[in-house]
Design a protein around this ligand. Sequence first.
Ligand code: ADP
Ligand code: MG
Length: 384
Amino acid sequence: METVKFEELGLYPQLLRAIKEMGFEEATPIQSQAIPVVMSGVDVIGQAQTGTGKTASFGIPLLMKGDPNNRKTQAIVLSPTRELAIQSAEEIRKLAKYMHGIKVLPIYGGQDISRQIKALKGGATIIIGTPGRVMDHLRRKTIRCDYVNTIVLDEADEMLNMGFREDIETVLEYIPTEDRQTILFSATMPKAILEITKNYQKPDAKMIKVVKKELTVPKIEQYYLDVKRKDKIEVLTRLLDFYEPKLSLVFCNTKKMVDDLTEVLKGRGYFAEGLHGDMSQAQRDRVMKSFRSGKTDILIATDVAARGIDVDDVEAVFNYDIPQDDEYYVHRIGRTGRAGRTGRSFTFVKGKEVYKLKDIMRYCKTKILAMPVPSLNDVNQMKM
Ligand code: ADP
Ligand code: MG
């Protein structure tokens, strides 16, 4: 699909200046399609994969709409996790760098509420928060929505997965509907989301979908290795020793597998940490911080836990378990090879799983090459 240049979108010069500083050359496909429609004021349902720039797809229109002379809250963005709320707030704050008077504030569970109340009193044009905590502030009237004219449900599928449906609906009930623009972004569109859009968006809501073709991740080298279950750990450590990737992401299909593998790798002296949905927010924050800083260089995660996490220097993705869904494959390997960096992916398969690989190759229009397991000799030679 055609993409457009940001200069063609009729944005404020201050906004264009910030976008330029952020190094964005042109709008991504979802941004090209969604920004003009969101700016026109209608309700929007936007669907595109993780990593396609959905934050700016609503963030830029929010900044175009925001009134810098009004100190009251004008937009609320709901986000599934503290990590994502902070990440989105940072992105929108960067976009707002030259737009004086616009304040962006993340609000999430786990942080001391009195501190948040103080921050809110200082004024927040755009609030980005997790549903439970935003609801809490609405009840306490520490977030007031008299001037809120836009609500965004970001990563809507993820919020539903995490059981936030009721909280989201409660928040929506608080915001007056007449002038409300309701925007929803999601990587997938399960039925429950369409129900929300039907109940809470205007009948003329526009659906914008970036088609699957753009899911292909052609730039990275993709390999698969035929590995028996009991040999997986040995093969993984050989590959880690052979390639010595700066940061690696290892995907498992279950939380238990994440825990088990983390323990084994730590036991072998690797700087590995696990990430999955059973962990507390504080634990997840700690793990992500450590991974971003490179203190932990191997992150082992489930698909759900890794969604939306945005780290640039990942050089290798390991599919320790073959992904359960073709789309997951793309999500997973899309985490490496960003911004022109080298990236490699390694998928472990055994026996009949090779058929699943064929599916993935067809669906993603990509080649996954067979690779022999490196021998200990190879590893040693590489080290020398
Ligand atoms: P999504 O919400 O679709 O998963 P994000 O909004 O988190 O994606 O964006 C993913 C990454 O891409 C971020 O690092 C963001 O700064 C970057 N990005 C967004 N838009 C562009 C663009 N037009 N050009 C280059 N990078 C972009
Ligand atoms: Mg996002």
